[in-house]
Design a protein around this ligand. Structure first.
Ligand SMILES: [Cu+2]
Length: 417
């Protein structure tokens, strides 16, 4: 096991970086990104599309995939511990964000094996009113992928299915897990394959998961929507700094997504025939680090208007926010974060009374707020350029009675006397 583990880490490091470093790169970190892009594009030109997209022909990935397969079989026999086999099993039906699957806030009984299934779907998504579209790479057809909820010390058992109708190779890296690149090293599935990964949820908190097939395909897949989040609740539920229980009436999952959609010479967004067709163009737009879109739940307006999240005055709402690639700063306009787990770890005491909180790229965090006034609240990334011009905004529609004590319009806007 030890030998296999060290073997895999050196191999996967190739997948993550080394295989993409051109020979010329020595100490200049700044140049690596550009050189990676150039090299990937050059490689692509010399390869058949199918082979390239499947990942099997990408630099370093071919041998990697073969080694992974043998390691995977070896590992799966070794971890089949009898005590895990004897645990109770439950199936969790995953649902489309912003909703959460049915779950208990306080665990009933001891640790369980929570079985989930995700089907990888490559599909066209329209991103805005300008008809910008992307061949999204998704878990279960949603951007973000479904939120998974378990309790600390439960086991997550994922069946990951990559239907033969897809064009690309995918996998999954759970930040909540320990070992084998978060499971990324054990879950590479080509079109027509499925795999089962089980891991123990040892840390309580909210965590990102994402596709990480290797090399430049990692940011390419993540910025095509292939990410989501998993919440590991403490077995006895959420608590404040004094150990007092915190319970929520509703919970929502907001996944923030940056896209880098290429444009043609006329400034129009380019449309492509299939998943992966935008690869060469996308490598260039992605390398600018300037997203064309920054949106909540896949597209501009996915959580506004009739898609707004709802609540009532007096209800306590948990808002989970993830960003798999890029820093962000959620803010509820007209409200607060009563309790905020900014870094996402439930082992830490929540911060209280925040106006805006920071979510590091590659992380999830969450906030709890009890609504006190009715009306429409905007929930935004408080880089307001990103919220208003790029799309990172959602709405809460809250019903109930207005409280004049908290706010009152003493005089309507009228001519100055
Ligand atoms: Cu993928």
């Amino acid at each position: 096991m030890q030998e296999g583990a060290s073997h895999i880490s050196s191999l996967t490091l190739n997948g993550w970086a080394a295989s993409n470093c051109p020979p010329k790169v020595t100490s200049s970190d700044e140049s690596i990104g550009v050189d990676i892009v150039t090299k990937e594009i050059q490689e692509q030109e010399g390869l058949s599309r199918r082979l390239f997209l499947s990942g099997t022909a990408a630099a370093g990935i071919g041998s990697l995939a073969v080694e992974m397969a043998s390691f995977s079989a070896e590992a799966s026999t070794q971890v089949a511990a009898a005590e895990v086999e004897n645990l109770p099993r439950v199936k969790q039906e995953l649902v489309a964000p912003p909703f959460l699957p049915k779950h208990d806030q306080v665990a009933k009984g001891g640790p369980k094996v929570v079985e989930i299934t995700m089907v990888i779907k490559e599909k066209v998504m329209v991103l805005d009113d300008d008809d910008a579209e992307v061949w999204a790479l998704t878990y279960d057809g949603w951007v973000p992928g479904p939120l998974v909820v378990v309790h600390q010390d439960d086991y997550v058992e994922l069946t990951l299915i990559n239907p033969a109708t897809n064009a690309m190779l995918h996998n999954i890296d759970f930040h909540a897990s320990t070992g084998a690149l978060g499971g990324g090293g054990l879950t590479h599935v080509s079109p027509g394959e499925e795999t089962v990964l089980r891991f123990k949820a040892t840390k309580a908190g909210v965590f990102v998961y994402h596709c990480a097939p290797g090399g430049a395909m990692i940011p390419y897949h993540v910025t095509h929507g292939m990410n989501g989040a998993l919440m590991v609740l403490p077995r006895d539920g959420l608590k404040d700094k004094d150990g007092k229980p915190i319970r929520y009436d509703r919970a929502y999952y907001v996944g923030e997504q940056d896209y880098y959609i290429p444009k043609d010479e006329d400034g129009e967004y380019i449309k492509y025939e299939g998943a992966g067709e935008d690869y060469a163009d996308y490598m260039e737009t992605m390398a600018t680090l300037t997203p064309s879109h920054i949106v909540f739940n896949g597209a501009v307006g996915a959580l506004t208007g009739e898609n707004a999240m709802t609540a009532s005055v007096g209800e306590t709402v948990l808002i989970i926010h993830s960003q798999a690639n890029r820093d962000t700063r959620p803010h509820l306009i007209g409200g607060h974060g009563d309790y905020v787990w900014e870094g996402g770890s439930f082992t830490d005491n929540p911060q209280t009374g925040l106006e805006t909180w920071f979510i590091a790229g590659g992380a999830a965090g969450c906030a709890i707020y009890t609504f006190k006034q009715p009306g429409i609240y905007a929930y935004v990334n408080h880089n307001l350029i990103e919220a208003v011009l790029k799309g990172a905004a959602a709405h809460f529609v809250v019903d109930g009675d207005w409280d004049d004590d908290l706010m009152k319009q003493v005089k309507k806007p009228s001519p100055i006397k």
